[in-house]
Design a protein around this ligand. Sequence first.
Ligand SMILES: Cc1ncc(COP(=O)(O)O)c(C=O)c1O
Length: 397
Amino acid sequence: MNLAARTTRVVPSATLNVSATAKAMAAQGLDVVNFSAGEPAADTPEVVKAAAKAAITDGFTKYTPASGIDELKQAIVEKFSRDQGIHYEPSQILVSCGAKHTLYNAAQALLDPGDEVIIPAPYWVSYPDIVRLADGRPVIVETRERDGYALDPAQLEARVTPRTKALILNSPSNPTGALYTRETLEAVADVAKRHGFLVISDEIYEQLVYGETPFLSLVSAVPEIADHTLVVNGVSKAFSMTGWRIGYAGGPKALIAAMAMIQSQSTSNPASISQKAAVAALRDGTPFFKELLTDLSPKRRLMVDTLNAIPGVTCPTPAGAFYAFPNVSGVLGKRHDKGTVTTTADLATYLLHEAHVACVPGEPFGSPHHLRFTYTPTIEAIERGLKRVERAIRALT
Ligand SMILES: Cc1ncc(COP(=O)(O)O)c(C=O)c1O
């Protein structure tokens, strides 16, 4: 089969791959502790399920406007006004089939072949491939663990070229949990304004912050940048709705219209039932994510403290999201009876087969010295899984 060249420029999502392998091993009866998922363990809130059931009962099961129903756009306008202090018109809102789809539409609407998108590393695995699928060029700017993974505005500016179309910011970050401070947001906005590129601000983990550092949206910190910003968000993470596939964006009218046009010729509308469910999540779901945070807080502590007690592993405390991102440099280069653990991919494979623990290697996040562990499983599973990780790492020589 003679496939398009673009199929060779991208790779399947690493996180979805590891999760699938872990699930396949569990299906064979193995006791696999899965720290690779990108979702909360909690069920979707009842109020959301009730809205979806009502949508089905009421026959709200047909095509909707491709860009989303008015009621959901209105709920999103209210959310942005309440939480970000920014007023969008409904024509500045697009509802898509997950925030990943929102980002895909944005890349398709923005990029011509060779256009550049600046992506700070470590990054969410899909950003570079979404850019490549639109024939764009990802330009990776490293950030450092010792700087709290803050993007250095001078380094950012040094990578701007006449082809720079956009920068992707992600706060709180997957995989590092880092949050952008007001100072960094202001400095980044200043660079974007002077060079006239768009900022794509992926705020999907907005609600999942643990109190030490507050979340600050780019458009709340610098309201003047709203005309040059696409704010991306969704209901997947905060409302445990990863399977419902609803993401959304607020941004400049012309960009939203172009993204909506692309969506109208690809997926058409996101599922009608999920849209009704998302209205309930945005309007009535706040108690749910507060409970989610209460559940996740001690798990974060346990995960970070236990990882730090493993020789060769150091793990900063993530300020947001639900991932620990330990540095495993001290383990790389060690041997087991079947070979050497040279890369974090080797280490993740070793842990999966020797300890029956699934975590995600750092390379697909642009970070060759780290592993990513999701701390959404139960306390008991975190204790059991990390005990096995410790034993397997101590067995390396
Ligand atoms: C940083 C980030 N952005 C966007 C997404 C996409 O979420 P969804 O497509 O489920 O809305 C994810 C999911 O893992 C993510 O981690």
